[in-house]
Design a protein around this ligand. Sequence first.
Ligand SMILES: Cc1cc2nc3c(=O)[nH]c(=O)nc-3n(C[C@H](O)[C@H](O)[C@H](O)COP(=O)(O)O)c2cc1C
Length: 376
Amino acid sequence: MAGGEGTSIPLLTPYKMGKFQLSHRVVLAPLERQRSFNNVPQPHAILYYSQRTTKGGFLISEATCVSDTALRHPHTPGIWTKEQVEAWKPIVDAVHAKGGVFFCQIWHVGRASTSDFQPNGQAPISSTDKPPKRMVSPSTGDITEFTPPRRLKTGEIPQIVNDFRIAARNAIEAGFDGVEIHGAHGFLLDQFMKDQINDRTDEYGGSLQNRCRFPLEVVEAVANEVGADKVGIRLSPFADYFSSGDSNPEALGLYMAESLNRYRILYCHMVEPRMLTVEEKCATPYSLLPMRRVFNGTFIAAGGYDREDGNRAIDTNYSDLVAYGRLFLANPDLPKRFELNAPLNKHNRATIYLPDPIIGYTDYPFLDFPTPDSET
Ligand SMILES: Cc1cc2nc3c(=O)[nH]c(=O)nc-3n(C[C@H](O)[C@H](O)[C@H](O)COP(=O)(O)O)c2cc1C
């Protein structure tokens, strides 16, 4: 196991996250892989997740849709049907068999969709009726024009809260140790929080408190359903992904961090201000430290981390855990590589979302560890 050979770098020190005894701090970030045909998790995910599992390691699943209106791609997994729940079970079992702690990231994309992916070709739902700006895919150059969304009526919001609640219950039934509510990256919850999107005039729009009402209702419902000790949330107050900017992201981040304390959830997972989108890094005077100081539970930082600044984040108590996306995607044995300070594989953009059970998925090479026999 990583960290088991004497001298330990900060990233490879143990950490107790609530009732979970983690053996190191290198977390698998949620990574959408688009290989769950018909929105049903596939057996090839067993190998993918177990490759990235270490005993006492913490893994967050790819974003998993809470309902049939939550989708934006053809092959993202869901967790609203019995078939999906059953299909997750062997994947979760495989992670548990290797001693990993596995949370399911539950997701609704809101307006970041098109009518092609919505039931009966209907408009996607959102806090607003304005679509995000057209998007050019960094990997394929494809242009997405978003369908203008339908603004949710005030009276419809409890139904969406309920979809998250049921998805959380289903995730626990599938065997997951807990859930991470996806409140980041310009998706539905973020569409309520951000003042550049939310143009509502009811109690879910206007003031910071009103804009955060819906995400906090989701947190409360999910925590009541499965237990706050099994709930985390991911937030990206500084990101502008899918035209999701806010005029005062630090105030938003602080307000959410403070409010989350009321529900005593397990962790808050925040994306670094330097990440403008999911992949682009930029210079910024901001940091996550004010939010880290305010939040009482476990704090996870993510976005653009390497071995060196991950170690620094732990060493300086900037964060309790660090989530790695692209590096963990390309290096299934990332904690081991960090331990040995070994060279890292680079991710291949072209194969990231290929709907293939192997290519760009489970074929990234492991380090070749010498066995005791081969050393003699
Ligand atoms: C292929 C890919 C898929 C991603 N899917 C998700 C996702 O499902 N949920 C999420 O919250 N973030 C997602 N992200 C963002 C990552 O979790 C992470 O925040 C981002 O890659 C920046 O971290 P990194 O620099 O360590 O890669 C994705 C990023 C990539 C590259």
